[in-house]
Design a protein around this ligand. Structure first.
Ligand code: NAD
Ligand code: TYD
Length: 369
């Protein structure tokens, strides 16, 4: 049986995966409800990514579809504001993407990670608990809080083995520790108060709209500009890569049909050593730009390792596949080709997000409602 998801609050919808999720829902599914995108627009958020959605589905959008998409500039740590938004739009579903998401930044400055990932998640949970319960503290039966998390909560693998849903948590960076805390809070609200929740832990995503501090977009853009390609440590760290739309199709499937109170791992079954992945990317960038493979390989620069760098992540997603019938729709080759093409053709988006232009524009123009 499928849930009736009507008025969906998407947190962090102006970031990488949230933006792709909003496009996915409007363009690739039969969703007929409304999306309220709540985002603080930190350095990682860019409303420009959603201009096409705003034009078609925003309040001033194309007739007939207008009003199915609303943006609210807000901080998830602001409990009063969250309560107001829940009421104002009669929210029945939350899908919680908003987070500080980059491991290197969490090493340099962990505080923002605790604030948004832990306090922010707690604040949202409290807001829905107040809004979705009756006077006896009983939850409405048409509500759902889906929390987006990462495989990094499980820690680091050796050469063998996979992360399963039952693998004990062992986070090793301030980022993964803050995400682990948010997962625990979610499950605590389910077990203690009966909040209807689902949780997903996904491996590394790649695709359009990713902030170019993460491995794949950073390398593509450095190749385009002839800059060094910084490889941490010996380059033999392993990640399991998944195209962002395939992550979102899994999230949507879990939100619709996943068992309440359950967690599901999502992964690409696609492990690559960083250095091998970089060589693959070099071939694709060379073929799309006409640059020579040799000239791009000369840019590879081994640099000092990230402190506490997790050696290997690999996901066992058999529960998601066997219970819900999920499968990936994109091969790695296809996904990488699309991604390289997208970054090579979106120079304005890249310069705007890198210069924090939307944040500056907001500071000057946006009326906080
Ligand atoms: P991102 O950094 O690209 O986007 C995060 C978004 O959250 C931004 O738009 C930012 O403005 C917003 N935000 C930050 N603090 C906020 C606050 N206090 N209030 C409201 N909005 C705020 O991140 P992403 O890569 O899209 O990741 C989204 C989620 O997916 C995160 O929870 C992350 O942990 C998880 N995840 C990411 C990956 C990956 O490979 N990127 C893999 C697995 C899970
Ligand atoms: P990243 O994209 O930061 O994701 P995560 O650390 O969350 O997995 O990094 C992916 C891998 O690439 C990770 O092993 C660190 C490595 N890496 C580099 O070697 N060089 C870089 O410049 C970056 C950003 C990452």
């Amino acid at each position: 049986m499928s849930r009736k998801l009507k008025n969906i609050l998407v947190t962090g919808g102006a970031g990488f995966i949230g933006t792709n999720f909003i496009y996915y829902l409007f363009r690739k599914t039969n969703f007929t409800g409304r999306i309220i995108n709540v985002d603080l627009l930190t350095y990682a958020g860019n409303l420009e990514s959603l201009e096409a959605v705003e034009a078609e589905y925003g309040t001033g959008g194309t007739e007939g579809k207008a009003g199915r998409y609303v943006f609210e500039h807000a901080d998830i740590c602001d409990g009063k504001r969250m309560a107001k938004i829940l009421r104002q739009y009669d929210i029945d579903t939350v899908v919680h993407f908003a987070a500080e998401s980059h491991v290197d930044r969490s090493i340099l400055g962990p505080e923002a990670f605790l604030r948004t990932n832990v306090t922010g998640t707690f604040t949202l949970l409290e807001a829905v608990r107040a809004y979705w319960t009756d006077k006896d503290g009983k939850f409405r039966d048409d509500v759902l809080f889906h929390h987006i998390s990462t495989d990094e909560v499980y820690g680091s693998l050796g050469k063998e083995g996979y992360f399963k849903e039952t693998t004990p948590y062992s986070p090793r960076s301030p980022y993964s520790a803050s995400k682990a805390s948010s997962d625990h809070l979610l499950m605590a609200y389910h077990h203690t108060y009966g909040l209807p929740v689902t949780l997903s832990n996904c491996s590394n995503n790649y695709g359009p709209f990713q902030f170019p501090e993460k491995l794949i977009p950073l390398m593509i853009l450095n190749m385009q500009q002839g800059k060094p390609l910084p490889v941490y440590g010996d380059g033999k760290f392993i990640r399991d890569w998944l195209y962002v739309e395939d992550h979102n199709s899994a999230v949507w499937m879990i939100m619709n049909k996943g068992r309440t109170g359950e967690k599901y791992n999502i992964g690409g079954e696609n492990e690559w050593e960083n250095i091998r992945l970089l060589e693959k990317l070099i071939e694709i960038v060379a073929s799309q730009t006409g640059k020579s493979v040799d000239s791009l390989k000369k840019l590879i620069t081994y640099v000092k390792d990230r402190p506490g760098h997790d050696r290997r992540y690999a996901i066992d997603c058999s529960k998601l596949k066997s219970e819900l019938g999920w499968k990936q729709a994109h091969t790695f080759e296809e996904g990488l080709q699309n991604t390289v093409e997208w970054y090579l053709n979106h120079n304005d988006w890249i310069s705007h997000i890198r210069n924090g232009e939307y944040t500056k524009w907001l500071e000057n123009n946006y009326q906080n409602r």
